[in-house]
Design a protein around this ligand. Structure first.
Ligand SMILES: Cc1cc2nc3c(=O)[nH]c(=O)nc-3n(C[C@H](O)[C@H](O)[C@H](O)COP(=O)(O)OP(=O)(O)OC[C@H]3O[C@@H](n4cnc5c(N)ncnc54)[C@H](O)[C@@H]3O)c2cc1C
Length: 508
């Protein structure tokens, strides 16, 4: 008889774990609270538009990259059309660029072009620029992340020895995890260049690593955007999981994990239906799993410290405006960021000195012909504000969203020449939306924010001390989160389960 595994959550982590476990002879089924798969990596239809949430860039979109190999183990990634941007952003600055007589800074994704452009603007910063580009290129010399293949002691020891060649990368990760865009900007002499780097992120919690690492992948065209957005990727994973014999139960929210003698025995849904299994994996939110589904019975010092956010903070949540514009906006840059004359304050109290518009003019599938989907994101550390308002007074919550929208429309009109009359679809997702649909704690979009020690041990581990036959695997295992991280953790948990069950892991 096959070992039965219940998986909580049909996000990328759950689907990935499910695919790898099916390949290794386990009988799995996924229980998903929503009516569709994807979790945070999702999209939804409204008035003829497809709203895209997540997947602005996915590592592993080009042949030869490490993540490409990993995606290819479970889906035909080559069948997904990816778009690679020539420009990461266009930034409008307050400072004028003497060289070009313009306030617009172009962040090219091609490293050669970027280096040339930066030096052209600021010859006085040549040394800093060359060092920066050289360091970004270091990431390109390695298979990132290394993919472990074997679970025999000897072979994994050999893999461990091979890892030694990754030391320069680890050194660089450490170095860039101490640097922020502000500390980097402070080293530049040219005022235009300095302001352009200062404008990258508002929050000095964000490290340069978050910017530099993707740049390496953009240049090698292995961090593309899947045409159709998140749904394109998720549909592929669902198809793959089902074709491997997996079953997804939608609208099935887990209330509790059944435990007997410190062994996970199954799950109980909200309607009290019980599903027994030999093994349970939760890929749902960490807080929900530890404190609700497991009733806080297996907490330890680390988990309590995480609850208090002593060492790590949750990744930003977001107020995301998706607007359907009754116009073809092909002539505009796909991502435009500019400083505001007067700072604006979100209803949750966060102040914004800049504004950014994401124009999906490169993905015609998201809007009816001749029209364009745009999105404007306001990142916030105060997700609880929206979450609490929605619970206490939904009418007030709705009016807060609409009032905020009026501020957004005014800026769009003034800066991007999109008038209110051009907006024919409005969708506003807040941290309360992300919590409601996916349970992610405080509406976090990517789990934990990377802390000072990026290479520290996982904050939430794959297993819990004292509880047998239970595993935890989601983007909350790895600070920084993201789609490839979810893919990888699904693979890792499958490997670990194989190892514990004396099965030689196969990814084929
Ligand atoms: C606006 C936005 C933009 C992003 N952009 C990018 C990007 O460009 N690139 C990138 O790599 N990443 C991006 N991310 C992050 C990425 O989407 C996530 O890190 C990743 O999808 C997390 O996957 P996961 O499966 O670990 O978790 P989740 O997506 O949270 O999946 C968990 C699943 O468990 C289900 N669940 C929860 N509780 C229960 C329960 N009690 N019972 C049953 N089911 C339950 C949830 O409904 C969900 O489907 C973005 C995220 C957001 C929100």
């Amino acid at each position: 008889m096959k070992t039965k595994i219940n998986i909580i959550g049909a996000g990328i982590s759950g689907l990935s774990a499910g695919c790898y476990l099916q390949k290794n002879g386990f009988e799995t089924q996924i229980f998903e609270k929503s009516s569709s798969a994807g979790g945070l990596c999702t999209g939804w239809k409204r008035n003829g538009y497809t709203i895209n949430c997540s997947s602005h860039w996915i590592m592993g979109s080009a042949k030869g990259s490490s993540f490409y190999k990993m995606w290819s183990e479970i889906i035909d990634i080559s069948s997904i059309p990816f778009h690679n941007h020539d420009l990461k952003y266009d930034l409008e600055l307050k400072t004028n660029c003497d060289k070009y007589g313009s306030k617009i800074f172009h962040f090219y994704t091609n490293l050669c072009k970027l280096e040339e452009y930066l030096i052209d603007i600021a010859p006085e910063d040549t040394k800093q620029i060359q060092t920066f580009i050289k360091k970004v290129r270091v990431f390109q010399n390695y298979d990132l992340p290394p993919i472990p293949q074997e679970n025999s002691f000897l072979k994994s020891t050999i893999e461990g020895i091979k890892m030694a060649k990754y030391l320069p990368v680890l050194k660089l990760i450490r170095e860039w995890n101490k640097e922020t865009n502000f500390t980097f900007a402070a080293k530049l002499k040219n005022p235009f260049l300095r302001e352009s780097f200062e404008l990258l992120y508002d929050d000095d919690e964000v490290k340069m690593l978050v910017f530099a690492l993707p740049l390496a992948f953009y240049d090698s065209k292995s961090a593309g955007y899947p045409i159709g957005g998140s749904l394109t990727l998720v549909n592929k994973l669902v198809e793959a999981y089902k074709s491997l014999g997996g079953k997804i139960n939608y609208n099935s929210e887990i209330k509790k994990i059944v435990i007997e003698n410190n062994q996970a025995k199954g799950i109980i849904l909200n309607d009290e239906t019980v599903f027994n299994s030999n093994i349970t994996i939760s890929t749902a939110d960490w807080y929900y799993t530890i404190f609700n589904a497991l009733e806080g019975k297996y907490i330890n010092k680390t988990l309590l410290s995480l609850k208090k956010q002593e060492k790590l903070k949750t990744f930003f949540s977001v107020v995301m405006f998706s607007l359907g514009i009754n116009k073809d906006l092909s002539d505009l840059p796909h991502f435009f960021r500019f400083p505001l004359e007067t700072e604006i304050t979100s209803p949750d109290g966060t102040k914004y000195k800049r504004f950014e518009v994401h124009i999906y003019n490169y993905d015609k599938t998201l809007a009816p012909e001749g029209k364009t989907l745009i999105s404007i994101c306001f990142y916030t550390n105060n997700g609880d504000f929206w979450i609490n308002h929605r619970v206490k007074n939904i009418e007030k919550y709705k009016s807060l969203k609409l009032n905020f929208a009026e501020t957004v429309f005014d800026i769009l009109d003034e800066k991007v020449r999109i008038q209110k009359a051009d907006i024919e679809m409005i969708d506003i997702a807040t941290p309360a939306t992300f919590l409601r649909y996916t349970n992610n704690w405080q509406g976090s979009t990517q789990g934990w924010m990377p802390g000072n020690n990026f290479l520290a041990k996982p904050p939430v581990k794959l297993t819990l001390k004292g509880l047998k036959n239970f595993y935890y695997a989601s983007h909350w295992n790895t600070p920084g989160g993201g789609i490839p991280v979810a893919l990888k953790i699904g693979r890792e948990v499958a490997r670990l389960i194989c190892k514990k069950n004396n099965i030689k892991f196969t990814a084929l």
